[in-house]
Design a protein around this ligand. Structure first.
Ligand code: FES
Length: 101
């Protein structure tokens, strides 16, 4: 899986999030207690809502529109598997954040 550099580590401090356009997708990276987790930004429910504007719930993100929750590690939706979404591998090398896509 190719990894693409998207930012410096310091661009996404603990508790923050940042969205990137990558490979025709919008992907948001969350910094949860120092761990970087990436998820497809577009909510699969109506395919428009940006999860970057959602509310963090532990290691999940709640969509700003209807509140469906997506696990940031697995993409699993709490409402039903038909709404499960995609997560991406993230790694840090030489101070850079890379997303696998
Ligand atoms: S658009 Fe995200 S939960 Fe409805």
């Amino acid at each position: 899986m190719p990894f693409t550099p998207v930012a410096k580590v310091e661009d996404i401090p603990v508790g923050e999030r940042k969205r990137f356009d990558l490979g025709g997708k919008r992907i948001t990276v969350f910094n949860i207690d120092g761990e970087l987790l990436a998820i497809l930004d577009t909510c699969p429910h109506k395919k428009t809502a940006p999860l970057v504007r959602g509310t963090l719930d532990g290691e999940g993100i709640k969509c700003p529109n209807h509140g469906y929750r997506f696990d940031l590690r697995t993409g699993v939706c709490n409402v039903g598997e038909r709404w499960n979404t995609k997560v991406f591998e993230v790694k840090v090398e030489n101070g850079e954040v890379l997303i696998g896509i």
